[in-house]
Design a protein around this ligand. Structure first.
Ligand code: CP
Ligand code: NVA
Length: 336
């Protein structure tokens, strides 16, 4: 029997703009309605994976990664394969993407061969530039500014655990960088409540904060920033942390360990969250640094659910961005 191609256009209200020919560089690239549609499709894909075998047959994906990865690398490759597509992994950990030739030339090459590009980079601008020049969808798989696929998987996980995301209160502890930024934008879009507790000097980027607050004003989400982890944790439904030293910051590890120590998610902090609270982490985790072994390995930990959902959410993203068969063919005049 041939594979069934799911009619995702039938999901909910028609989308204002089709997903096709779109990039996913920031959580802001998807409207709140589109994120909800993404989650509906994710739920269907997760429950009926066989319906989607062959949905991206003939489609090809290239991944350029300047940094290490377990989850993002494998979930994109396994996800693409399970949809019937093909992926190619380009290890860029030894030389940054633009060192051998200009990004625009890479863009104008790969758009002739494959259907989408997934990028993990140091500089966010590398992903922005790739999207400016390539006529195929470009997906952010982590930059210094954002990690949208992670945040979508995390809020999908919370929806599975708690249902209505507008009733969910998350508290985040640690560095106000990439993962925190995408969580903040996703919470704002989905109407959730998020308090970020970060040390002085490590608060989220002011432009991302302003953007998240502007979205929150339209959805009823509540966003707060504090330096006090005890104020943030009180009554939270989900407590989330990330590494204290992100990839590329290894030289600062000792200094950061001292600065971030009061933000460790441990049993004492967890005891102030709601009794039903879940523990979340994007992984990889450093036990006894940002989280104690007792918390991450306890029954409240949903870290492997988050990791599993990376694949289901990314399959939905790939289907939405690539599924129509429509492609922006390059025209020589727009090779700017
Ligand atoms: N959470 C996450 O992106 O994991 P990897 O760095 O292993 O891809
Ligand atoms: N903040 C971390 C996230 C890893 C998934 C980093 O950038 O290394």
């Amino acid at each position: 029997m041939g594979a069934r191609v799911y009619d995702y256009a039938a999901l909910g209200e028609p989308l204002e703009q089709p997903f096709v020919r779109r990039d996913l560089i920031s959580v802001q690239d998807f409207s709140p309605e589109e994120i909800r549609s993404l989650f509906e499709l994710t739920n269907i894909i997760k429950n009926r994976p066989a319906d989607f075998r062959g949905a991206l047959a003939g489609k090809q994906l290239v991944l350029f990664f300047e940094k290490a990865s377990l989850r993002t690398h494998l979930t994109f490759e396994a996800g693409m394969a399970s949809l019937g597509g093909t992926s190619f992994f380009m290890d860029q950990t030894r030389a940054r993407l633009h060192e051998r030739e200009p990004l625009r030339d890479i863009a104008h090459n790969v758009e002739r061969w494959v259907d989408a590009v997934v990028l993990r980079t140091y500089e966010h601008q590398t992903i922005v530039e790739m999207a400016q020049h390539a006529c195929i969808p470009v997906i952010n798989a982590l930059s210094d500014l954002e990690h949208p696929c992670q945040a979508f998987a995390d809020f999908f996980t919370l929806q599975e655990k708690f249902g209505d995301l507008r009733q969910v209160r998350m508290a985040y502890f640690g560095d106000g960088n990439n993962v925190a930024h995408s969580l903040m934008l996703a919470a704002a879009s989905l109407g959730s409540s998020l308090t970020l507790a970060t040390p002085a000097g490590y608060a989220p980027n002011p432009e991302i904060t302003a953007a998240a607050l502007a979205i929150a004003a339209t959805t009823g989400a509540r966003l707060e920033l504090t330096e006090d982890p005890w104020a943030a944790v009180s009554g939270a439904d989900a407590i989330y942390t990330d590494v204290w030293t992100s990839m590329g910051q290894e030289d600062e590890a000792i200094e950061r360990a001292a600065i971030f120590a009061p933000y460790q998610v441990n049993e004492a902090l967890k005891s102030k969250a709601a009794p039903h609270a879940v523990f979340m982490h994007c992984l990889p985790a450093h036990r006894e640094q940002e989280v104690t072994t007792g918390v991450i390995d306890s029954p409240c930990s949903v870290v492997f659910d988050q990791a599993e959902n990376r694949m289901h959410v990314q399959k939905a993203i790939l289907l939405l961005l690539l599924g129509s068969g429509v492609r922006r063919f390059p025209s020589r005049s727009n090779h700017a």
